[in-house]
Design a protein around this ligand. Structure first.
Ligand SMILES: [Zn+2]
Length: 225
């Protein structure tokens, strides 16, 4: 696998996608990586650019075991309060399979730093290299506080926010953000109207600016820009 050393959004995205495959996060649907075929589907679905050692090769039980171990390691790194510890851990991940960086022209003829992974490296080591590179880039270019817990009170997910504004709140915005909005909407519908005629607007709850925060969810679904 070959990727741009400066493209930290790639590895940060893979880190987020991988850490949120666990049953701890996917409470309703359960563990996502249940068998090697599910690991293959994950790599395709989330467009993780790993090399198969030979064309058509599928993930094995051993690959799965190693990727699940990597996921546990990654979760601990993301949860760490110590920026230095995250850097040390990410440096170690990068070292597992990467070769380079080396300089090469991109498609537009500009010189770019690239990292490659040993083509014979196991899947989990390739993932480690791209994830480690992503985390280091985020810490170097953005800040440690871009690694966050999902804002949904019913979700244990984590994510690395590489958005421009840095205001991402959910691990899976389309899921966790909606789930929260549905819960808020339900809570508003269940709240009995005030007896003294104070008008609460019908059901949308958009009227009063209260401590509930902004009604519109600022999360942009774009995660990798
Ligand atoms: Zn979440």
């Amino acid at each position: 696998m070959k990727f741009l050393f400066s493209d930290y959004a790639l590895g940060a995205g893979v880190a987020t996608d991988l850490v949120n495959t666990s049953a701890l996060v996917r409470r309703s649907t359960g563990e996502m990586l249940v068998d090697p075929a599910a690991l293959d589907r994950f790599l395709v679905e989330f467009e993780v650019p790993v090399d198969p050692p030979e064309p058509g090769r599928r993930a094995t039980e051993q690959d799965l075991e190693q990727v699940l171990a990597l996921r546990g390691e990654l979760r601990a790194l993301l949860e760490s309060d110590s920026e230095d510890q995250v850097v040390a851990g990410a440096n170690a991940l990068v070292g597992r399979a990467s070769v380079g960086p080396f300089l090469e022209r991109d498609v537009d003829g500009r010189w770019q730093w690239y990292v490659t992974t040993d083509p014979r490296a196991p899947l989990a080591q390739q993932l480690a290299a791209v994830i480690g590179t992503g985390l280091l880039g985020v810490l170097r270019t953005l800040r440690h506080d871009r690694i966050r817990h999902c804002a949904s009170p019913v979700c244990d997910g984590m994510f690395v926010d590489t958005s421009k504004a840095g205001r991402r709140r959910y691990c899976m915005p389309e899921l966790c953000g909606n789930r929260l909005n549905v819960a808020k909407h339900r809570a508003r519908r269940l709240t009995p109207p005030k007896p003294n005629g104070t008008t609460e607007d019908g059901g949308t709850g958009r009227g009063a600016a209260g401590p509930a925060g902004p009604p519109e969810d600022p999360d942009a679904p774009d995660l990798r820009g």
